[in-house]
Design a protein around this ligand. Structure first.
Ligand code: BF8
Ligand code: SF4
Length: 629
């Protein structure tokens, strides 16, 4: 049978079938809740509702152009935007902090190990830490302490900034957006937005960029880099995606959330012979682990664990009736999973004090007692197999093959493979630059972010990707965008046939799919490193590269924090969902144009997806024209 993408219509009919089961058991769904919440509050949508003091809430209208304290729409919108960013920066960075803490727990005979010693030594070198003659675990502990200090150090700026090209660093310095201690930027954002502090849009937007920088060039980079040190730097690996990866005759454990400290341990113990024997004794053929959201990206990239789905598919996993446990840590977890799991036999297992929810079984997970906790979680899931109600089981037979695991290291290695060991380009991004300058590839799009019911789920991701690869534009992906691609089949190497002639040739030569999975949302820090390497290897500024960012279906605070650091790094960013800033022409003007004076890039917002695609292609071609290529 020939290769064929799975269509959005096919995704939807699978969902419809599952919603029928939901109806049978009296389950609620996001599709129903969206209807109840529509139309949305106009003040909230435009960002002109202020509730940061109890004289309010104040809402801006033509008749009431100022809040009680006298703040105008621009100040209110700017403060809301900064707080939104701070929420995202705190969230990603706290995830990074957990990883640093886990690294501190790593030991030769414990649950967590140093898998990529070379990478740890490389980072130590960047940070000026002596490595000669040091035991690798002593070095790991020393580095984890230094990394944890990045969150609260009293002086100086983020250590990671040294990875950026000099020109970019100069821009950051001049714009005063170099992040200091990570927590300080979040805290400063909260301070600035307290009643009676900043109401000047320029100051608020500047801090929004700085808080974003503390995420991408701070907390997220800690998360990515030290996860690689412990769990291995991703290299290309084959896996599968969509609900069809769940197995009717096995115990299905779904890991959902973000932190690989948990999901890695669940995978470990799901492969434990004792647990498998237990599963078999209860009539199951084995234990199947699959993922949802970014935790799925983490274990797919490093272990080839299949991806059950992305953000708006999380309820579907339970609706299959074949999910023994959905094990979550932090972020992007629907509280709806509590009541929904009660309609089935599914155990909804929360594990983090950061994300506690009603109707869940809380099994606290911590790095110090990881083995014991993980074993308990896996056992709970396995023992639940006998409670499955077979008449409710329906797993849509829908999945695609995907090759994932394109860390920067993996991309460089792949490029090395096609250059026939031409010494001067080995270990660099130069072969890719050559493809771009020669026009074989027109440029690159970094597509990231969520699903959002404001957009037909996955349709913008997949639609844009199809059109971009036809136009010889290569994609690097992360987060739920990457999962949309994998579900559709775009990460199958055979998807090269959907590309323009140039990109198709590159895919064949390098043996890659046309869309490259770079990981979870914290891994967008990888994209910042890649952009920096491309700039250094080409002698261009990042803003000159025919490279743009895109979040067509974004929804979270994290996504805004990401957008801010991507733009601040000099990469024009295209959004398919409007941020809640339209109530201020000044804030909107800064984000879509004004900040270009500081960082050589800005946002474009376009909710018509065809137009969004054209705008990206136009921008890429403009950048090429400016370079004379
Ligand atoms: O951090 S893409 S819905 S899962 S926020 Fe969440 Fe959005 Fe998915 Fe990962 Ni990112
Ligand atoms: Fe109203 Fe000003 Fe208080 Fe905001 S800070 S709620 S605008 S009085």
């Amino acid at each position: 049978m020939g290769f064929k993408l799975t269509t959005i219509e096919e995704f939807e009919s699978a969902t419809d079938r599952l919603l029928e089961t939901g109806k049978k058991v009296g389950a609620d769904s996001w599709q129903m809740r969206v209807k109840n919440q529509t139309p949305h509050c106009k003040f909230g949508e435009q960002g002109i509702c202020c509730r940061i003091c109890s004289m309010g809430p104040c809402r801006i209208t033509p008749k009431a152009p100022r809040g009680i304290c006298g703040c105008d729409a621009h100040g209110i919108v700017g403060r809301n935007f900064l707080r939104f960013t701070a929420g995202g920066a705190a969230t990603h960075s706290d995830h990074g902090r957990e990883i640093c803490h886990t690294l501190h727990c790593a030991s030769r005979d414990g649950s967590y190990h140093v898998k990529d010693a070379e990478k740890l030594i490389r980072i130590a070198g960047e940070w000026g830490v002596e490595t000669e003659g040091k035991d690798i675990y002593d070095l790991a502990h020393e580095m984890s302490e230094l990394a944890l200090m990045e969150y609260g150090k009293p002086f100086g700026i983020s250590r990671w900034l040294s990875r950026a090209p000099e020109h970019t660093r100069e821009l950051w310095k001049k714009a005063e957006i170099e992040p200091r201690a990570i927590d300080r930027e979040v805290s400063c954002a909260m301070h600035m937005t307290h009643m009676g502090c900043s109401s000047l849009p320029e100051a608020l937007v500047r801090q929004a960029l700085r808080a974003g920088m503390a995420d991408g060039w701070g907390g997220s980079m800690c998360g990515t880099e030290f996860s690689d040190v412990m769990f291995g730097t991703p290299m290309p690996v084959d896996t599968e995606a969509n609900l069809g990866v769940m197995k009717e005759d096995e115990v299905n454990i779904i890991v959902h959330g973000h932190d690989p400290s948990l999901s890695e341990m669940i995978c470990e113990y799901a492969g434990d012979p004792e647990m498998i024997a237990l599963a078999k004794s209860l009539g199951a053929k084995g234990i199947n682990v699959a993922g949802v959201c970014c935790t799925s990206n983490e274990v797919a990239m490093r272990r080839g664990v299949p991806m059950a789905g992305n953000f708006l598919q999380q309820e579907n996993v339970v609706l299959t009736g074949a999910c023994e446990a959905i094990v979550v840590d932090v972020q992007c977890i629907f509280p709806a999973l509590g009541p929904l799991s009660k309609c089935f036999h599914t155990k909804f297992i929360t594990t983090s004090p950061i994300a506690q929810m009603p109707d869940s079984d809380f099994i606290r997970f911590s790095a110090e007692s990881a083995a014991e906790n993980a074993k308990k979680i896996v056992r709970t899931a396995v023992e639940n197999y006998v409670n499955r109600k077979s008449d409710l089981v329906h797993i849509p037979q829908m999945k695609q093959k995907a090759t994932v695991g394109y860390s920067v290291e993996a991309i460089v290695k792949t490029l090395d493979g096609v250059t026939n060991s031409q010494v001067d380009v080995l270990g660099t991004t130069k072969p890719l630059i050559e493809c771009i300058t020669s026009g074989v590839i027109r440029g690159a799009v970094a597509m990231v972010g969520c699903n959002n019911p404001r957009v037909r789920p996955d349709s913008a991701h997949v639609g844009l990707m199809k059109k971009l690869i036809q136009n010889d534009i290569i994609l690097v992906l992360s987060g739920c965008s990457a999962q949309a691609a994998a579900k559709a089949g775009l990460m199958d190497k055979q998807a090269k046939d959907l590309c323009g002639a140039g990109l198709k040739r590159v895919c064949e030569l390098a043996d890659i799919p046309p869309v490259l999975h770079m990981g979870s949302c914290v891994d967008i820090s990888r994209m910042m490193v890649l952009a920096s390497e491309l700039a250094k290897d080409s002698g261009l500024n990042i803003s000159q590269l025919p490279l743009v960012g895109c979040a067509p279906e974004w929804m979270s605070e994290k996504a805004v924090s990401i957008g801010n650091y991507v733009v601040a790094t000099g990469i024009d960013t295209f959004l398919g969902v409007a941020p809640q800033v339209t109530g201020s022409s000044e804030v909107t003007g800064l984000l879509t144009e004004g900040i270009r004076d500081w960082v050589e890039a800005a946002y474009t917002v376009e909710t018509d997806i065809d137009k969004l695609c054209d705008a990206m292609i136009t921008r890429i071609e403009e950048k090429r024209a400016a370079l004379g290529i």
